[in-house]
Structures are given as C-alpha cells and as structure tokens.
Design a protein around this ligand. Structure first.
Ligand SMILES: *[C@@H]1O[C@H](CO)[C@@H](O)[C@H](O)[C@H]1NC(C)=O
Ligand SMILES: *[C@@H]1O[C@H](CO)[C@@H](O)[C@H](O)[C@H]1NC(C)=O
Ligand SMILES: *[C@@H]1O[C@H](CO)[C@@H](O)[C@H](O)[C@H]1NC(C)=O
Ligand SMILES: *[C@@H]1O[C@H](CO)[C@@H](O)[C@H](O)[C@H]1NC(C)=O
Length: 890
C-alpha cells in the first residue's frame, strides 16, 4: 500500500541522507565497487522507487475507476503486477531506512580502507533491488487495466424449500440430459409451482459443474420480447449506455452475436403466448450446439406452439393429499397444529379444500398460522366450503388476483362468461361437455347458429381454450372438471362482478329453499345436490337466466313457483326421482329454451308446456314413469333441436311421427323395445335419421336374431347400448356390407348388458371408430369376435384395423367368455382394460407390440391375473407392470 505516511518517511530520509552521501564521493571499482557506487546507486534507487510508487498509484486509480464506474474486472496481470510492486516497495523502503547507517560507516574511513562486511552486502542489495525496480517499472505499462467480467455459469436464485416437486424436477432434469431435446415446456395451473420448479432447475445448475451459461428471464404480458432481451443483455454483459436506445432488431442482433458462440440454457418464466426466440435474438437450440430453452406457461396451447412433442412438455400437477398436508404443515407451523387435539383433524379438512394447489396451501396455511382455537378452524372450513375463502387474509387480496390473471387473459367476455358458468356445478363434479355446451346454447352465451352442430362446435372450441388456459381440466369420457380453487375464484369473480350475479349453494346439504328475498340482480342460481324437498315460496328473480335444481329430493313444486322469473332460459330438474308432477305454472317460463327432466319421477307432461314456444332442448332421459305425453305437444316445440328420450317410459314410436315435424331437430336419443319398433323407425326419412345420436335397445322380447344394419347407416349415431334383450342370440352381420359411410361411421361407445343368450359381438368390427366397449352380465357370451363369423366376411374386408381406436374395454361378469380374439392385436390407443369375473378368459390378444407407447392400465383380480397365459415371455414382461389389483366394492 502506498500511503502518505510512507511517502513522507521516504522524503524525510532522503533529505537527511543527502549531505552524507556527498561527503563520500570518490570511490573506485573492484570488490568494493558496491561501496564506492553506493552513493550513485542510492540516488538512482530513490528516484526509481519514487517512480514505481507513482506508477502503482496511478494504476490503482485506473483500476478503481474501472471497477466502480464501469463494473469491469481488473486484468489478472494488472493485479499480479500491483501485488509484486507492493512487495518491492516495502522491501525498498526498508533498505532506504537502513541506508544512513551504512553510508555513515563508509564515510568514517577513506575509500580504500576495509569496510564492514554488512555494508558491502548492503551495497550489493541496493544494486540488485535497483535493477528489480527498474524492471518492474518497465513492465508496468498497461494499455488496459480491466476487462468485462466473465459470465458466471449460473447465479443462484432465492428459493423456498419445496414439497412434492421432486418427481417433476426429475422429469425436467432428465429431459434436459437428452441430447435431442432442445426446448422443454413446463405448464400447469396458476399457483401450482412452475416458477418454483424453474428456480430449482436454475439452482441445480448453480450447484453442479457443467458448461452451460444459464440465463434466467421472466417474460410478461406486456412487450415480452423486449423485456426478455433486456434481461439477457444484462446477464451476458451487453447492457451499457447505448443498449437502451437500440431497436428491437439491433438488440436481437447483439444478443445473437454473443449467444451463438455459447452453449446456453435459457430459463424463460411465465410466457403467455408463443415466444419468438429468433426475433428476440436467441439462437434456436440444436443438437449440435446443445443449447436449451426451458420455459413455463399456464397455457397448454403455448406449449404445443413452442414445441409440439408432448413428451417434452411437462405438466405440473397438484399435490397428492399426503404431500399437500406436509406443505400446509410447513406454512402453518406444527406448533399450531399441536395446540389442540381437534386442530390437526380440522387441518385435514382445510387441506382437502385446497385440492392440492400449492398456492392455496401456502396462502391459507399462512392465514391459519395464528389461529390456535378449534373454533377459528371450524370457521375457516365453513368459509372454504361455502366458496367464501376470500374473507381469509391473503386469499381475496393476493391469491385470487394472482389466479385471476388467466381469466383476464381469455380472449373476450364470451369466454369469461362460459368459464364462470362452470362454477355452477358442484365441487369436483365431472361435467359432460356436451351437456355444458347445450346449457351455454340455452343461455344464449354462444352465437346464434342455424345448425346446432355448429353451435356445439363453437362450444367445444371454447372448452378447448379453457383447457388450454388450465382453467378447466380434462376428465375421462369427454368430461371436464374445474379445480376447486379455480371454482372458488370463479365464484369470487362472479361475486365481485357488475353484470353477473351468481347465487350458488351447491352440495351444502340445504334442506329448504333459500329464504324469500328479492334477487333483483341474480342471473344464475345453482342449488344442485342438496336435500330440498318442497319449493313452496315464490322466488322473485326478474333477471334469472339459469336455475339448477338437480339432485335434490324434490317432491312438490308449487304452482306459482315460476311466476317471477320471466327471463329463465335454462331449467335443470335432473335427478329428482320423487318429483312426480310438473306444476302447471311452468307455462309462465316463456323464455325457456332448455329443460332437463332427466331422471325425474314425472308421470305425464302437462299440456300447458305448449306455451314454451322457444324450447330448443328437452331432456326426458330415464324418466321410466313417464307414461303420458299429450298429443301434438312435441310437435308444437317448433324450435326443438335436442330431444332426449333414451329410456323414457313413453314409447318413442308414439311420438316418432310428430318428430317428423321438427324442422330443427338435430340430436335425438331413443330406446327401442322391440325389433318391430326398430324396423318401423328405420323407415322414417333420412333427415330424421341424421339426428339420432344415442340409441338403446332394451327388453327385446320378440326376436332371437337381430339385424342392426338399419342402425349402421345412422350417420351420427355415437352411443349404442343393448340391454336386457333376454332372447337375443345373434346380431347378424350381412355378407354384402360395405365399409364407409354406410357403416357405424360415428359410433364411439357400445354397451352390452344382461343379454344372456348372446354368444358373440362380432358386429363391432363394423364400428371402425369404437373407443369404449363395455360388456357386462352377458352370461352366455363365449367370444367377443368370433373367428367363424369373421371368416364369413373376411374376403370382403382385407384390412380390418380391428380395435384401432379402442381406448377403454370393460368386461364384467361374463362366466363363459373364453376369447376376445384369436390373434394378438396392436391396440394402438388402448389405455384402460378392466376385467372382472371372467374366469374362463385366460388369454388376452396381446403380444409384445400391443399398446406400444400407451400408458396402459389393466385392472382385475389378482387371482385371475396370476393365471393369465401369455403369448411369450417378452409379452409377459411388457404387461406385468400394467396391472392394478381391483377390489370390488359392496
Ligand atoms: C447453434 O445453432 C444455431 C442454429 O443452427 C446457430 O445459429 C448457432 O451459431 C449455433 N451455435 C453454436 C455455438 O454452434
Ligand atoms: C341433464 O341431464 C343429464 C342426463 O341426461 C345430466 O347428465 C346432466 O347433468 C343434466 N343437467 C345439465 C345441466 O346438463
Ligand atoms: C313436502 O311436501 C310433502 C307433500 O306435501 C310433505 O309430505 C312433506 O312433509 C314436505 N316436506 C317438507 C320438508 O316440508
Ligand atoms: C344385402 O343383402 C340383403 C339380403 O341378403 C339385401 O336385402 C340388401 O339389399 C343387400 N344390400 C346391399 C347393399 O347390397
């Protein structure tokens, strides 16, 4: 260190030295030349050391400026030079301090007398150091003292300890190791832990050795490319004064120039739409250069756009109950949970309401951390069950707004209304997507379409978008589900909204209708899944458009009940088996478009229903007691598009003729109870047959053999069931059948039950798009596809593609079933097989190539599974892990 102290010391010494040195001026060469030259040397030495000190001081200021003002890092050679200079200066200063002593010694005698050894040595030292100082000074001429700092390979990010993300982490990390994978997507619900996962990936990079330059950037809704560019620039040392004024393309160019020479891993958090890497200047990752891009998004469609291979798009799921509890416990503190024996039990109920969503577990966990009495916990459960969690701290102000972002990003009001509508269904409810769309249509949420099919297509498009936004989840069998927390948020939004007012008390054990008050603003009301018996008070709801009363214990609806809801468009009374009568007052619902009476106990339809001139949808499915439909009632619904009469007690033949008058009829479901009924129906015109979507054949008594070719021609038939056709032995296949439009073109689902004499179901080979096959209680069934029958048509059908679309197969209680098919089949789509009580079925039509790449599950009893005979060892090895033992309930 060059301090002012050592400087002043140096000057004071040199001043005092001067007169002494001059006194000893004529010294000669030889052994004693050091001594004789000491005077000169000391002079030169002092000067050189002073120069070195100045040089060092200048260099140090330059370094300091570079470091502080330009964020540069000193060059290693500069740092080395500075430290060597320091040592040298220290040494030199010591020598200079000692020098007066030696000069004194010299000047005591004359030049030729002998001098103390130590002084000779000293003279040598001075000469040597003089040279060193000179050399050091010469090396000290640096044009640059500092440079840009090198990129650290990854910077650690703050991350909370995480619960339950390990398996997701491993998935992403192992995906990263694959050479051929360049882009990886992480998607899932808001609040499910995607960013946390990305943080973990970043920190894993930080903790391991690798050759990536890891760059973290958060995209945003607003100008995502610019924002990401700035963050990348910051990270790779591009952002300087000029950076801000550059255009997007110039920035891209700059970024590209740096990144194309590097192996990088770009961690891109929270993108909301397709992110154009190239436009941002990020070179596309290739196998050659091994770079990676890992991004997170709430949108499934964005994943597919970024990178279509779904193996590399990883969904972050909600936590399973055990892990959910662990995370919750972490936030709430185990001390609180131990405060009272009841609290930990109550905590489980709270955790259940969070449905595994980490954001909810964390927010509500924090909210409950200070609640130490069971009463407070009971209150929390109450509000959670009532979807009123927004009263808890952190929920209404922080959590919902965070989640709501996905909602705000929906394309328009229509999508938002459709989304909110789903919250009318109870918690955890699997919503049939066609039913949902039909309600939207009834409500008028979709565009007016002449053809129902077009309207339904629009509806399914919206459902798809909601699934893409992770606001709805896909369930099995074309159903959708709303996550509990998302549903609560939807109700919260509907509660805050100006133009939508919902009243939802669904699945909360209501025993009576809510007390009469004026529901001026309520637009939708759901009282689904309660225990309401009688509706005896008028509901004044002038703006009500949808009323769900399904799954109650309704017995009596008083006549005037519907008097004050003139706007009602959707009325759902589904699943009220004790409701035997519709009030005449239902005629007041002149706006009604959608009426669901399925699974009610009604015995007749009142003729007053004629007043419902706008009715488009009428559901009478499984109204077994319905024995009377007034004549000319059905035909009076001139706008009717959907008529569902499957398993309706009233024979369909009785209204078939009237249906001919329904110009807009698009969807029809029917049950035939005899072969002659079926035959008569098949004579009706083509337009009518176009509408048929579901058909069930029930209780056939009059025939042993059935020709179903009339059904094969129904273009839109998608669900077919045969049940309790006790005498039926055979369903005929015609030799001359041709493939194509004539042949079960749309059939996706077939159910056969309790047809005791049926021996095979070979006719399903004519349903090329069959996805679900369920057969149960057919005690005479021996084979599914009969080899013999197939032989009869084989020459006509070279390429069968048998079961090429089959996804689910259920075989239950088929005591004589021996074979499904005599050869192994590829089953390229098969996902689930369940086989119960089929003791003779020992061989499955599988080989080691079957169901390749599918995550097949085979369920059954362990005893049966042990005895299954396999084609070969490799087949056995392939399928053993697919098995899940199933225990019969009840
Ligand atoms: C990586 O690949 C991209 C695209 O082919 C290319 O532009 C870039 O220069 C490559 N970078 C390296 C380091 O090879
Ligand atoms: C209407 O009836 C069907 C049964 O056909 C049922 O599944 C559905 O949930 C009911 N309600 C609505 C609103 O779709
Ligand atoms: C509903 O009405 C029926 C028939 O009038 C009656 O027997 C029953 O007790 C009523 N239920 C309730 C809960 O009031
Ligand atoms: C098929 O054969 C049946 C009689 O076996 C006949 O009635 C029917 O018209 C034939 N259909 C075609 C498409 O040739």
């Amino acid at each position: 260190m060059l301090t002012s102290n050592s400087l002043s010391l140096f000057f004071s010494i040199s001043l005092s030295l001067d007169p002494i040195i001059t006194r000893c001026s004529d010294c000669a060469t030889g052994q004693a030349s050091y001594i004789c030259n000491l005077e000169d040397n000391l002079h030169a030495f002092q000067a050189e050391v002073a120069g070195l000190k100045e040089l060092r001081s200048d260099l140090m200021s330059r370094v300091r400026i570079a470091e502080d003002e330009q964020q540069l890092k000193p060059l290693n050679q500069v740092e080395g030079w500075l430290s060597r200079a320091e040592t040298l200066i220290n040494d030199a200063d010591q020598l200079i301090v000692q020098s007066p002593q030696h000069v004194e010694n010299l000047c005591m005698g004359d030049c030729w007398s002998t001098h103390p050894r130590s002084s000779i040595k000293f003279g040598k030292k001075i000469a040597k150091k003089l040279q060193e100082v000179k050399d050091q000074k010469e090396n000290g001429d640096f044009s640059d003292v500092a440079s840009k700092p090198p990129l650290p390979s990854a910077t650690e990010r703050p991350s909370e300890p995480t619960v339950g993300l390990e398996s997701n982490f491993n998935k992403v990390w192992s995906c990263l190791q694959k050479e051929q994978v360049g882009i990886i997507g992480i998607y899932g619900l808001g609040g499910v832990g995607k960013t946390t996962l990305l943080n973990q990936i970043n920190n894993k990079f930080h903790d391991t050795t690798h050759d990536y330059h890891v760059i973290w950037a958060v995209a945003s809704q607003d100008r995502p490319i610019e924002r990401v560019q700035d963050q990348i620039a910051e990270r790779i040392g591009l952002s300087n004064e000029g950076w801000k004024s550059k255009s997007l393309d110039e920035k891209a160019e700059g970024i590209f120039q740096v990144l194309c020479k590097k192996k990088f891993a770009l961690l891109l958090d929270d993108i909301w739409e397709w992110f154009d890497l190239t436009r941002a200047g990020v070179p596309l990752p290739t196998q050659q250069n091994g770079s990676k891009v890992i991004f997170t998004t709430r949108r499934l469609d964005v994943c597919c756009q970024m990178q279509p291979n779904m193996d590399n798009n990883i969904r972050v799921e909600c936590l399973p109950p055990g892990k959910a509890f662990k995370l919750f416990e972490e936030k709430v503190g185990s001390e609180t949970l131990r405060m009272h024996p009841d609290i930990s039990k109550l905590a489980e109920a709270v955790v259940e309401e969070c449905a595994g969503l980490p954001l909810a577990l964390i927010t509500i966990g924090r909210a409950m951390a200070s609640k130490k009495t069971p009463r407070e916990w009971e209150y929390a459960i109450e509000v959670l069950r009532q979807s009123a969690a927004s009263v808890l701290p952190g929920v209404g102000k922080e959590m919902y707004p965070k989640l709501k972002f996905s909602y705000d990003c929906l394309p328009d009001e229509r999508f938002r209304s459709c989304f909110l509508y789903c919250s009318l269904y109870p918690e955890d409810y699997l919503i049939d997507d066609d039913e949902l769309v039909d309600c939207w249509i009834g409500e008028g949420l979709l565009d007016e379409h002449t053809y129902l099919r077009n309207a339904r297509n629009q509806g399914h498009f919206i459902i798809g978008s909601l699934i893409d936004a992770c606001l709805l989840e896909k369930g099995p069998y074309g159903r959708v589900k709303m996550h509990d927390v998302i549903r609560d948020m939807a109700l919260w939004i509907a509660g805050e909204s100006e133009n939508e007012r919902f009243f939802v008390k669904s699945g909360v054990q209501l025993k009576e209708q809510p007390k009469a008050k004026k529901w001026e603003e309520v637009t939708r009301m759901s009282l689904r899944k309660n225990q309401i018996e009688n509706l005896t008070e008028i509901l004044e709801c002038p703006n009500l458009r949808t009323l769900f009363l399904s799954s109650n214990d309704l017995k009596v609806i008083m006549d005037d009940f519907f008097n004050s809801m003139p706007m009602l468009r959707v009325l759902d009374l589904f699943n009220n088996m004790n409701l035997e009568e519709l009030p005449v007052g239902i005629a007041k619902l002149v706006s009604l478009e959608h009426l669901n009476l399925s699974q009610t106990g009604i015995k007749k339809l009142p003729v007053e229903l004629k007043a419902l001139a706008k009715l488009k949808y009428l559901n009478l499915e499984r109204t077994c007691d319905l024995k009377m439909i007034p004549q000319q009632l059905i035909s009076s619904f001139s706008k009717l598009q959907v008529l569902k009469m499957e398993e309706c007690g009233y024979g369909c033949l009785l209204v078939l003729e009237e249906m001919e008058h329904l110009k807009y009829l698009n969807v029809l479901t029917l049950t035939f109870r005899s072969a002659s009924e079926l035959e008569k129906a098949s004579r009706f015109n083509k337009f009518f047959s176009c509408a048929i979507e579901h058909v069930s054949l029930q209780h056939f008594r009059d025939s042993r053999s059935l020709n179903i070719m009339a059904l094969a021609k129904l273009q839109h038939l998608c669900v077919l069931s045969l049940s309790s056709c006790m005498d039926l032995e055979e369903v005929k296949i015609e030799r001359n059948i041709t493939e194509g439009a004539g042949c079960f073109h749309s059939l996706r689902s077939v159910t056969l039950s309790d047809c005791n004499h049926l021996r095979d179901v070979s006719w399903v080979i004519f349903a090329p798009h069959l996805e679900h096959l369920w057969i149960y209680g057919c005690i005479g069934l021996e084979e599914i596809i009969s080899e013999e029958k197939l032989g009869e048509v084989a020459e006509l059908k070279g390429n069968l593609n048998l079961f090429s679309k089959l996804k689910r197969l259920l075989l239950h209680r088929l005591p004589k079933l021996k074979t499904m098919y005599h050869h192994a089949l590829p089953f390229p789509q098969l996902k689930q097989v369940c086989i119960m009580e089929c003791p003779m079925l020992k061989k499955l039509p599988l080989n080691s190539n079957s169901a390749k790449g599918q995550r097949l599950i085979i369920e059954g009893k362990e005893g049966w599974w042990k005895d299954v005979e396999w084609e070969d060892e490799s087949t056995k090895i392939a399928f053993l892990p697919t098995f899940i033992p199933r225990i019969i309930k009840g």
